[in-house]
Design a protein around this ligand. Structure first.
Ligand SMILES: [Cu+2]
Length: 85
């Protein structure tokens, strides 16, 4: 589970490479607002929870990044390092 919150940027996004996730929008819903998606875009002060796992993936690096170029250029891109359990 990953909590995603945009505090100061007017808009931002999160793209998960090579997997999909369920998204729970702000509020108290226990049912995913969106299912089996790979990108979410949020406006300022919006928040939500992303639920995903890599149990069926091979070990390796799986990138996630924003689609706003100015943030990517500032380093808003990283990898989940999936290892054998
Ligand atoms: Cu992308």
């Amino acid at each position: 589970m990953l909590k995603l919150s945009i505090e100061f940027d007017p808009i931002n996004s999160f793209h998960l490479q090579c997997s999909f996730f369920d998204y729970y929008n702000q509020g108290m819903t226990l049912t995913p607002t969106l299912s089996t998606i790979d990108i979410i875009t949020q406006c300022q002060a919006e928040r939500g929870i992303l639920e995903f796992n890599f149990a069926d993936h091979e070990p390796g690096l799986y990138m996630f990044h924003t689609h706003q170029a100015k943030f990517t250029e500032l380093g808003c891109m990283a990898n989940f390092d999936i290892v054998d359990a």
